[in-house]
Design a protein around this ligand. Structure first.
Ligand code: PMP
Length: 370
């Protein structure tokens, strides 16, 4: 039976990547051992690291004045690293919240300074929407502003690019974004941000690793008191090797980046992501049995939460789905219901199998309780 894994993260990785890693596990590049058993300072590993950086730069069209860092501690590690590095003496930031992850980020930042929270969601005809950038309150004298373009739990995505572009006279704010669950899923203009970070376990590779893309001009803000392991300036200066980096995770990330390039890059994968998510949302919208409460403008292409009309059927739905090889559909514990995470590695066939199952389930259960 083919199994399709809809987990939110750690999440499905491309089969081709796992097969390559498997084939190379015991004897990598003829060295007679695994890549995870060799020194991070060996020329062989340095080559992996450099190729990984080159591939992501190419994929995301990262400008030359940005550094790409591999760090420890996943997404939450960055919830601390961002304020630790970017707060100046005034320690003021605006955090725009749209769901559970941006709310966690502001709580952490408040340990280190004054992070002001602005919730940007509102209901329109019962559907959750995010205010357009132009209405986001920006005070004077901020060290940075922070937002989360894709809320993994709530299935809320912001597709708009920040309006404060470097080309506009109004951009005098440092813009930080948590791209954990949407990085590499669609084209973005990196130069519209000063710092992008992402935990790896959705579209990059194994959990624990975090990717940071930072405008070099920001590096000088990292003061000596910032723990070295979280210090952007030290990490950049040491080529992400201040200490022993998560080498196997970096190797897998490199394989994922190469796989993406083979798929035609971000433009091509974005097209597939649009197709996959449209199929799933269409199925939900056409049904009287399933529903999603996010406004079409802000529906996530990566995480699709949905509920059954009768929550008493949730367990049966999950059991039957698992029997069909459709796993990881249980919604986040804080919101319940279902969630299908359909990251880059999920093929269209997986989404098709899910919607076929949903339609069958609806037909066989629509008279059960209501
Ligand atoms: N930000 C977002 C948007 C996430 O989805 C997650 C994890 N799902 C995190 C941050 C936290 O990542 P980690 O568990 O790697 O700390």
């Amino acid at each position: 039976m083919i199994v399709y894994n809809f987990c939110a993260g750690p999440a499905m990785l491309p089969k081709a990547v796992l097969k390559k890693a498997q084939a190379e596990l015991l004897d990598w590049q003829g060295l007679g051992c695994s890549v995870m058993e060799i020194s991070h300072r060996s020329k062989e590993f340095i080559a992996v690291y450099e190729q990984a950086i080159a591939s992501i730069k190419k994929l995301m069209n990262i400008p030359d004045n940005y550094s790409v860092l591999f760090m420890h501690g996943g997404g939450r590690g960055q919830f601390s690293a961002v304020p630790l590095n970017l707060f100046t003496e005034r320690a003021m930031a605006n955090y725009f919240t749209t769901g559970s992850w941006s709310s966690s980020a502001v709580q952490e930042a408040n340990k280190f300074g004054n992070a002001k929270e602005y919730n940007l969601t509102y209901l329109e005809n019962g559907l959750t929407r995010v205010k357009p950038f132009i209405e986001w309150p920006i005070n004077e004298h901020l060290d940075y502003v922070h937002y989360c373009p894709n809320e993994t739990v709530d299935g809320i995505e912001i597709f708009e690019q920040p309006v404060f572009t470097p080309h506009s006279a109004t951009r005098n704010h440092t813009i930080v974004a948590d791209f954990s669950s949407t990085i590499l899923s669609r084209e973005i203009n990196v130069a519209d941000y000063d710092l992008i970070y992402a935990g790896a376990q959705k579209n990059i590779g194994p959990s624990g690793l975090s990717l940071v893309i930072v405008n070099n001009a920001l590096l000088k803000r990292s003061q000596n008191h910032v723990p070295s392991i979280m210090n952007y300036s030290i990490t950049a200066e040491k080529g992400s090797m201040f200490n022993t980096p998560p080498t196997y995770a970096i190797y897998l990330a490199k394989l994922v980046f190469d796989w993406l390039l083979e798929q035609g890059g971000i433009k091509a994968i974005e097209k597939k992501n649009i197709q996959k998510s449209a199929l799933l949302y269409k199925t939900i919208d056409q049904s009287k049995f399933f529903s999603n409460s996010v406004h079409p403008n802000n529906r996530s292409r990566m995480n699709v939460p949905f509920t059954l009309k009768d929550p008493k059927l949730d367990d049966v739905f999950l059991t039957k789905a698992t029997e069909r090889g459709l796993v990881g559909l249980k919604g986040h514990r804080s919101v319940g219901g279902m969630r299908a995470s359909i990251y880059n590695a999920m093929p269209l066939e997986g989404v098709q199998a899910l919607v076929d199952f949903m339609k069958e389930f609806e037909t066989s259960h629509s008279n059960s309780t209501f």
